[in-house]
Design a protein around this ligand. Structure first.
Ligand code: GRG
Length: 309
């Protein structure tokens, strides 16, 4: 009989691997960058935000797809770690820029002062820029996988992180905040599908792409990512109401204080819980076509969508 997977232990082990790879990558970049006071400050700000903890959800999903579809990689994931690091770098850049006064203006991130508070605004903008560009350096640094697959995955990731997803989602969000038109449920879903969902989907689909997943498998991963992203976002909105600040590492109640439209403000707490459950069920359904190979992602769905941080 197959051993039952200890998902918490799996998450912890992969987080450790990702954290080590990120630190190594930053050391490497530091050695190669032109030295100077400015470089030192820039790299300190990048490290400050990148190595500050965080769930490492996106690289975790990426690695989980690789291990699921190509089980022999589980013992040695080193070829895929640079790509995983790139994914986390891009996510961290988005958090740094999202926290800036011109955007969400948040003082706290990952349990400590946000980057522009710990450094200054200009340094935080540059730290985000540095992580965004170094992301693509890392994505393309994979020599163990077919270069066609690497280029296709990197291009797909660029689209989902930019105009085909996250950056456009942020622009839609800003526009919605600057209008008197109230946001309804389809409008909210559209914003979050781009702003939060696209990167989660991209991490999953890129994992599939690098191990040669066929079109049907990639479609299942995409559908899973859409529902996972929805459940994750609804959970985020719920935690902003009922979560504990010390566990979340950011203030709670900020959505209501900022008059933000959220799943909770539109559906109520109970309605939002139900919507999250529905999305979790739909995510699990999307995995069915992957059979045994969907088991790890199933475990991660339960682990992260029933999270309290
Ligand atoms: C600035 C271009 C630009 C985009 C910003 C991702 C994003 C777009 C903003 C973040 C806003 C936000 C708090 C959304 C809620 C869901 C979410 C993405 C939370 C943060 O991700 P986690 O929970 O964070 O994975 P950690 O710290 O664990 O990595």
């Amino acid at each position: 009989m197959k051993e039952k997977l200890d998902i918490a232990a799996y998450v912890q082990a992969r987080q450790k691997l990702i954290n080590q790879a990120l630190a190594t990558e930053m050391d490497r970049a530091e050695q190669a960058a032109p030295p100077g006071e400015g470089t030192a400050r820039l790299l300190a700000a990048m490290r400050y935000s990148l190595l500050a903890g965080g769930k490492r959800l996106r690289p975790l999903l990426f690695l989980a797809v690789i291990e699921s579809l190509k089980p022999e990689t589980a013992e040695n994931l080193s070829s895929y770690l640079p790509f995983a690091c790139g994914i986390e770098m891009l996510h961290t850049y988005s958090l740094i820029h999202d926290d800036l006064p011109a955007m969400d203006d948040d003082d706290l991130r990952r349990g400590r002062p946000s980057c522009h508070k710990a450094f200054d605004e200009a340094t935080a903008i540059l730290a985000g820029d540095g992580l965004l560009t170094h992301c693509f350096f890392c994505l393309l640094a994979n020599s163990a996988v077919s270069s066609v697959h690497v280029v296709q995955a990197a291009q797909y990731f660029a689209w989902k992180a930019g105009l085909g997803g996250m950056v456009t989602g942020q622009a839609l969000d800003l526009a919605a905040e600057n209008t008197t038109e109230p946001l309804d449920l389809p409008g909210l879903r559209k914003i979050h599908a781009s702003k939060t969902g696209a990167l989660l989907e991209a991490a999953l689909v890129c994992g599939g792409r690098l191990v040669g997943a066929d079109g049907a498998q990639r479609q299942s991963l995409l559908e899973f990512g859409q529902q996972f992203g929805l459940a994750f976002q609804i959970k985020d909105d719920i935690l902003d109401v009922v979560g504990e600040e010390s566990r979340l590492g950011k203030p709670v109640g900020s959505d209501a204080a900022n008059n933000k439209t959220t799943y909770v403000s539109l559906l109520g707490l109970q309605g939002a819980e139900q919507a999250a459950e529905q999305a979790i069920m739909a995510a699990k359904k999307a995995l069915q076509s992957l059979g045994e190979q969907g088991q790890l992602l199933l475990g991660l769905t339960e682990y992260f969508c029933q999270r309290d941080n």
